[in-house]
Design a protein around this ligand. Structure first.
Ligand SMILES: Nc1ncnc2c1ncn2[C@@H]1O[C@H](COP(=O)(O)OP(=O)(O)OP(=O)(O)O)[C@@H](O)[C@H]1O
Length: 245
């Protein structure tokens, strides 16, 4: 298993927000974490990474920090870039956990590959802070790719991206999973999650309400219980389009 969570519970400001979540993720899985605002998706990812206090166990949080940074990459919900660094230097930060720290030949190769994969060659020398929001997002994904870990944990990676970039990002994550990596990403667009993820986990009120293939997780009853919505499904050659009505 690449990630195993057992009885994971989180309390924030004395309010329980995650209740004994059990989850095991293997290699090659692209798991979409879905659920309403406040369901606990970010809290689950942060606790799994050991970034916030929790009870229960997370195989990832249990690792020493240096090993953890070589096992999992985290793309947080806030896309803040704190310093006016070039795109190239920003992406190089992904190599910090590795022995060369960004300067070895292997590091250079990983940085170049990540920049190329995200189509950022033309932006390489530009100050990351002067890119558009969507371009900055691509640069941050490139940094995550440069970290080159078996697992990627991404909090709302397609938020704020235009439709073409959303598809490109999800295709990339699907490809990473097909290469044998594990991706856990929170996604609000149910149709896109259904089309691209190999498995969905529906979180509601801090509980896992459903876990499995999209067909099973996106049933009418579960969606009504979790989101209070009904949906209309339109089958397309690329997979289902799911419209809340
Ligand atoms: N830093 C914090 N301090 C206190 N409470 C928090 C904090 N962050 C989140 N919470 C609370 O924890 C609960 C779960 O929030 P969380 O951000 O994990 O949900 P989410 O499913 O990721 O939501 P969204 O879809 O809106 O991003 C919410 O009730 C939220 O108000």
């Amino acid at each position: 298993m690449v990630l195993r969570l057992s009885g994971l519970s989180v309390t924030r400001r004395r309010r329980p927000v995650l209740h004994g979540v059990n989850l095991a993720l293997g290699s090659g899985e692209f798991v979409g974490l879905i659920g309403p605002n406040g369901a606990g998706k970010s809290s689950l990812m942060e606790a799994a990474l050991g970034l916030i206090p929790f009870t229960g166990t997370s195989s990832l949080a249990a690792m020493p920090a240096d090993r953890r940074a070589r096992h999992a990459t985290y793309l947080p919900q806030s896309r803040e870039i704190a310093w006016p660094v070039s795109v190239e230097d920003l992406v190089a930060l992904g190599r910090i956990p590795w022995p060369g720290g960004g300067r070895s030949g292997e590091d250079r190769a990983a940085i170049d590959a990540a920049i190329a994969r995200m189509g950022l060659e033309a932006f390489r020398k530009r100050t990351a802070l002067r890119l558009s929001g969507g371009e900055q997002n691509r640069a941050l994904i490139a940094r995550a790719l440069a970290q080159d870990t078996p697992m990627l944990i991404a909090d709302e990676p397609i938020a704020g991206l235009d439709p073409a970039q959303q598809l490109a990002c999800l295709r990339l994550f699907r490809d990473l999973a097909a290469e044998g990596r594990t991706v856990l990403a929170s996604i609000h667009d149910l149709g896109l999650a259904a089309r691209f993820c190999t498995r969905l986990v529906l979180l509601s009120g801090g509980h896992v309400l459903a876990d499995g293939p999209a067909d099973a997780v996106l049933g009418d009853d579960l969606l009504r219980r979790a989101f209070g919505i009904t949906v209309r499904r339109v089958e397309t050659p690329d997979g289902p389009a799911i419209l809340p009505v």
